[in-house]
Design a protein around this ligand. Sequence first.
Ligand SMILES: [Fe+2]
Length: 310
Amino acid sequence: MLAGEGVWEARNPAEQGAHSPASGRWLRRSRRRGRSGLARVAAGALVFVLGAGFIAAWTCWETRQVRLRSVEVPLPGLPRELDGLRILHLSDLHGRWVGRSHRRLFAALSGTRFDLVAVTGDLLDMHAGGMLPAIALIEGLVPRAPTYVVPGNHDRSRPEFRELMDALVALGAKVLINRGEELRVGPARIWVAGLDDATLGLDDLEAALRGRQARWCLLLSHCPAIFPQAAAMGVQLVLAGHTHGGQVRLPLVGAVWLPPGSGGFEGGLYCRDGHWLHVTVGLGTTLIPVRLLCRPELVLLVLRRQEPDR
Ligand SMILES: [Fe+2]
């Protein structure tokens, strides 16, 4: 239709004649806009690719790092003889080597003295890896201090579970599966108890505390969710792993996911009526071999006697 064509022509100056000064300006502006739009898209894509590459490289790098963190735990009623006791807490190796033959791990511990080692499960991984990293780790720790081990859900899921536990006992480690035993530290005594894995329903806290002779009790558990129950039963300090701190953490958000059995505890120290829980984010990874804002760690816990308020 002629009328329609007229309207169309009026809206498109380029079609009004190549020699019109107005249409020339419109064409130049239009081409400039097109070029700058394309440049913005290309720049955005480049920033996205570089950002994604940086984050991928960072997560792989972070997964290979290990740090030694020192934490003081204020404990009311801690016997004076135990003031200053140093516990090395580590967890969740997941069948990995931390450097060749654990060189990075033992370098991080170089020159550090500890009185007791607590290993809170998942030395093995249900998806990958073998027993050798776990055996080498325990072999390197046993000569330095009494070493206690409890199993995790990944250990329990592997056919080599029994073989590994037997190998650790042969190395001199104390494997605590729903049982406890007394440890003498100078004139003081501690009841060191350990639980089987709770995610599989194998834990038995009453059995672990049965026969408890020392008043002061340390409990090792793979899953931290047991803490409220253990505190109610008079356990002064619970050590746990399992959460990996979420493994991938986001600023202002924290852990993006926590496994069942975490009980809402991500990592670090928690207190309830003078009873304490320490959750380590562990050493290894599972499912996806990356960590973000959650570096692998060894933790040196230093117990401090807290004087009662007068
Ligand atoms: Fe784990």
